[in-house]
Design a protein around this ligand. Structure first.
Ligand code: DAU
Length: 333
């Protein structure tokens, strides 16, 4: 198969490309990425000389270059990881979120339709369902997004549904819980806290720290997207979760303990506006239909992730300068 992976230089996209090339020797993968602040070709150094791998710098908002790429490489399917993803950034500066997450998704649907591609997999989020105090969201739950990021992703997901219903465009949508693992840009809680501690800095915990998130390791997520690409019926929607839920404050204590540091390193800061209290999704559908189950234990995955950041200091130190510092200065002023 000739696969276009959009956003392939980012955290999750790069893991997926490496997973696909390792698993399917006869596949060709084109990594289509704008190289925003969160996209690093270094994430793909293991495959950069693989003749089955190509990189094209491009923006999914630019239909012309997308069409040219699909034609030039004879692309048969698209997996879309390209998105603006950070909630705090969307609160400060939503424009890019609307463009990439809504209009970019629209362009990919148009291209999938125009060139009769076999499949498009839209990688989306559980945040489209909003916050839930008890129980878990299913694929039937209504959308109730609370941040500009979540609303933009919901817009893209609605377009996917509409394209399937109206044109039978073969798109499958996934709603995943919070990702973690190696190579995650150090703005999300896990890599931010680990790298702050490695730098001898405190960790900024929002509000009372009792917000709950559900965590999935990159390896489990790659297996799920692989199944959606090859086995899911067009028009289907799948939640990808693990049941590994934890309050932020408990997660912070786990990181501190693992890194041999005390709770005095926690710095309570003002809460995120509109901060969702709890995310939890029911993933029985993907288990029943496609036989997927998470394999990575959260404690073990967290330990490995901490080790990775310890061993790859030059990777994250570069990122925690320049633009990154400007962003955090703005947030905490
Ligand atoms: O649920 C899936 C979503 O998870 C993805 O769709 C998003 O792209 C991804 O950014 C993530 O959203 P969150 O807002 O849950 O992730 P974040 O790592 O920003 O925050 C996780 C929790 O930690 C949240 O309750 C806010 C809190 N937090 C976060 C940061 C960055 C802190 O307390 N301090 C921080 O400095």
């Amino acid at each position: 198969m000739k696969l276009l992976v959009c956003g392939g230089a980012g955290f999750m996209g790069s893991h997926f490309i490496k997973y696909i090339l390792a698993k399917y020797p006869d596949y060709q993968v084109v990594n289509f990425d704008k190289l925003t602040y969160a996209g690093y070709l270094e994430n793909l150094h293991e495959v950069e000389n693989d003749p089955r791998y190509k990189f094209v710098q491009g923006d999914i908002c630019d239909r012309e270059i997308l069409e040219k790429t699909v034609q030039e490489f004879g692309i048969e399917a698209i997996v879309n990881y390209a998105a603006e993803t950070h909630v705090d950034r969307s609160i400060m500066d939503p424009d890019a979120f609307l463009r990439t997450d809504v209009l970019g998704t629209f362009n990919l649907l148009e291209v999938t339709k125009k060139f009769n591609l076999k499949k498009m997999v839209q990688v989306s989020t559980d945040e489209v369902y909003g916050s839930i105090e008890k129980g878990s969201f299913t694929e039937e739950s209504p959308f109730a997004p609370n941040s500009p990021y979540a609303a933009a992703k919901a817009g893209g997901d609605h377009l996917c549904r509409a394209y399937f219903v109206t044109y039978q465009t073969p798109v499958v949508v996934s709603h995943s819980c919070n990702f973690y693992g190696a190579n995650q840009y150090p703005e999300k809680i896990i890599p931010l806290f680990i790298t702050n501690l490695l730098e001898g800095k405190k960790v900024p915990l929002y509000g009372d720290g009792k917000n709950v998130r559900e965590w999935i390791h990159t390896s489990d997520h790659c297996r799920a997207i692989d199944l959606l690409l090859h086995k899911a019926e067009p028009g289907e929607v799948y939640n990808i979760g693990t049941g590994q839920e934890i309050e932020n404050v408990e997660l912070t204590k786990l990181i501190l303990a693992e890194m041999g540091q005390g709770e005095e390193m926690i710095e309570p800061v003002k809460d995120r506006p509109g901060h969702d209290r709890r995310y939890s999704i029911n993933w029985s559908k993907i288990k029943e239909d496609l036989g997927w189950e998470p394999e990575k234990d959260f404690g073990e995955g967290l330990e490995e992730t901490i080790e990775w950041y310890r061993a790859n200091e030059s990777w994250w130190r570069k990122l925690k300068s320049g633009e990154y510092l400007e962003y955090y200065k703005k947030q905490y002023k």
